[in-house]
Design a protein. Sequence first.
Length: 254
Amino acid sequence: MMGFRKTEEQRLLLDSVDRMMARHLPPGEVRRRDAEADPPEHLLPVMADMGLLGLAAPQARGGQGSDWQTMSHVQERLGYHATMAAILFNRVTCFGIMTLLTSGSDAQRDAFLPRMLAGEGAFALALTEPGAGSDAGALATRARRDGAGWRITGLKHWISGAASALRLVVAARTDSGIILFLVPPDAPGVSLTRLDKIGNRCSLTYEVAFDDVAVPLDALLGPEGKGFGCLKKTLFYGRTGLAAAVVGTAQAAV
């Protein structure tokens, strides 16, 4: 049976998270940012300096090599203080770092892991569509081979953090199955439309349209035709991280 009693090292780490949030995102600032839809991206370099963004990354890649239970404790504590901080952390560590570690090529890891570990940005998962939530089997966005690369056409909906992302992790359908790409949000043919929300306004959300967007072969994430398996790994880490975060949010509410 797994035990959930925190180690002394974990308690000290969570104490440092408490101090960071009290200093850089106190309750009044949380309310202001939510009202003004102002994401707390100023936290990223702070988290990087503390080593939080590299908790799950191996030491050989500049990370801490911590276990996922420690990661969950951190996300729970961030969620206790501010859901917006936990979501931002999740986009860097789960949609970004863990996606690269589980499915990325060495060149992709070399290009983006140092930037995310330094707090320079995150990835955004472009999965949901008007007719398909997290059901990858219902995807309508298509990718087709075009000479030395691919062309993507389709529409994504409710994509959090798309405009500021280092890359969009785009799920598309091909004749051989689901495929994933790393696409710049400012690539020619990509258009973003901001969607307003009632709650969680600090996680800026967009409709993302792909109009015959050209991407090179090295933008492919994981083996061709094996994108569904890669996507499941990303969703596994992303959902377990958010589950821990909302536990913390629920604790703060009672």
